[in-house]
Every structure is written in structure tokens, then in C-alpha cells.
Design a protein. Structure first.
Length: 282
């Protein structure tokens, strides 16, 4: 009933998942930074999450951690689980999982992934997810995992349709206030859940990301930003010397303060500001 990918890329660890099942993000993914990431699905066994992560934390290989968890489970024939750890990746599909069901896993201490799915339109879903993940090499892990889920959905995804999706990625120092959460997004019930997850991811990246592609506030750009802020009621009252303060004030009202830079204006912030062109205060 689900397709997912668990992966790590250097210090980032995460899971992305989609399914014709309500609130799949509340069941499937689990992450421990520096230890592992797990996706439990099909007739999901909640206990697999801690069982596998505890075993990895204790020094077990991913293969041994999955084997221990599934061997001791009388319902394993209907289970599916994928995991990554410092030793690599592994995936398990029980013999009685509804077709099409299967997965593939590979990797090492630097990068690893486990892709799996059941009740899929066919093996092309898993293949497309793997290809998309590999093609996104060099991008942040949250973007790579999202690309994989979107590719799986485009290839056919869950044969019953769409309902929910989720993305959970942790990386030291990432996210709001450096809390380590790079992404923690859920779409619990939506007719196009993967696309809605992508929309939420873009919004979260805008709000929680740090400054990037910063342009100095000089010349024509400085005049443009001053005019746009003035139209929104954030006027420079000090002959040009207060523009940075006006910009910071507007960014705070829009929850963009993470992207403030004393060296200029972040490219995404500039795009958002330009999108307000023509707006005036009521």
C-alpha cells in the first residue's frame, strides 16, 4: 500500500513515503541522526522502528538488524521494511505482501538508500525512484528524497491511487534555530498528496532555509527594494541608511527572518518581495 525510500547522505538521514492510506507519515518513517533511518510498511509493524534503530545503535549491521527484527516476528510474511545505517542499506519484503511488491538497497558509510513498495503498478516505480535519487546526487538529502517520491508517483505509484505522503530528514545544525530538522512534513489526506508534499517542501525551504545567493543592496537593486518595501508600508525614513532595517522588519512579518543577511538580500527573499509588486497597504 506504500512506496518509500530511506537514505543517508553523509550526516543527513531521512525517509520519504507516499501511499493510498491516511496519515502514512505517522506510521512509516523513523530517523536517528548518526544511527539510521527506517521505513516500515505493508502490514506495518510499529516496533520495527525502534528494534532496528536500537540494533544499529548497538553496532549491528543493517542486514543483521533487519534480520533480527523480522525473524522474531510471526507476521513477517506481510511486512515490508527498509533501513540504512553506517554499514549500508537493506530492504525486506515478506512473501505474502500484495503485488507488485519489492525493493532494492545499496550503499556504504557515506551514502546509502533502501527503496521499497507494495501494491504498486509494477517494478518501474522502485526503478524510477532509484534513478531519481541517484540523478539528484549533490543536492541536499531532503531534495533527493522528494525527487525519488515524485518520480515513483509519476511512474505509477500505489496502484490504488493517492492519499498521503511525508518527508522526514534530520541533519546536525539544519532547520529552524539549528534544531537539526531539515524537513518534517506530512500530507495526511489529499487527492494529490505527493504534489502537495512538494508544495509544502518549497514553502518550508523558503521559511527555514538560511541565506543563499545574496546580492548586495546597491544601485538599481537598492532603489527597487526600497520602492517595493515602501509600497508595503515599510518605508526608509533615513535617506537610504535605514533600508536594511526596513527589509528585516518586512522579512520578520513574513517569517523569513532565517534568510536575513547583513550583506544584502537573499535571492528567494527578493523573488518573494518582487511577487508583491502592485500591492499596497489597505
Amino acid at each position: 500500500m506504500t512506496f518509500s525510500i530511506a537514505a543517508h547522505d553523509r550526516d543527513a538521514w531521512g525517509v520519504a513515503v507516499a501511499s493510498k492510506f491516511v496519515a502514512v507519515g505517522s506510521i512509516v518513517p523513523a530517523v536517528r541522526v548518526g544511527v539510521g533511518a527506517v521505513a516500515t510498511q505493508s502490514l506495518a509493524r510499529w516496533a520495527y522502528r525502534d528494534e532496528v534503530l536500537d540494533a544499529l545503535s548497538g553496532g549491528a549491521s543493517v542486514e543483521d538488524a533487519l534480520a533480527a527484527a523480522t525473524t522474531g516476528d510471526d507476521g513477517r510474511a506481510l511486512r515490508q521494511v527498509g533501513a540504512v545505517g553506517r554499514s549500508g542499506a537493506a530492504t525486506f519484503t515478506g512473501d505474502e505482501c500484495f503485488p507488485w511488491a519489492g525493493g532494492r538497497a545499496t550503499g556504504d558509510a557515506t551514502t546509502a538508500y533502501a527503496v521499497q513498495g507494495n501494491i504498486l503498478t509494477g517494478p518501474e516505480v522502485v526503478e524510477a525512484m532509484e534513478e531519481a535519487f541517484l540523478a539528484a546526487d549533490g543536492r541536499p538529502l531532503d531534495e533527493r528524497l522528494l525527487a525519488a517520491v515524485l518520480a515513483g508517483d509519476a511512474a505509477g505509484g500505489d496502484s490504488r491511487g493517492r492519499q498521503s505522503a511525508a518527508l522526514l530528514v534530520h541533519s546536525p545544525g539544519a532547520g529552524y534555530d539549528g534544531c537539526g530538522v531539515l524537513a518534517d512534513l506530512r500530507v495526511d489526506d489529499h487527492p494529490d498528496a505527493p504534489a502537495e508534499l512538494a508544495r509544502l517542501h518549497a514553502l518550508a525551504t523558503l521559511v527555514f532555509g538560511g541565506p543563499e545567493d545574496v546580492e548586495p543592496l546597491e544601485g538599481d537593486l537598492r532603489a527597487e527594494v526600497a520602492d517595493l518595501l515602501a509600497a508595503l508600508g515599510h518605508r526608509d525614513r533615513r535617506g537610504g541608511e535605514g533600508l536594511e532595517e526596513s527589509l528585516e522588519a518586512w522579512m520578520s512579518t513574513e517569517n523569513l527572518e532565517n534568510r536575513f543577511s547583513p550583506n544584502g538580500i537573499d535571492a528567494r527573499v527578493l523573488s518573494e518581495l518582487r511577487s508583491t509588486r502592485g500591492l499596497t497597504n489597505p
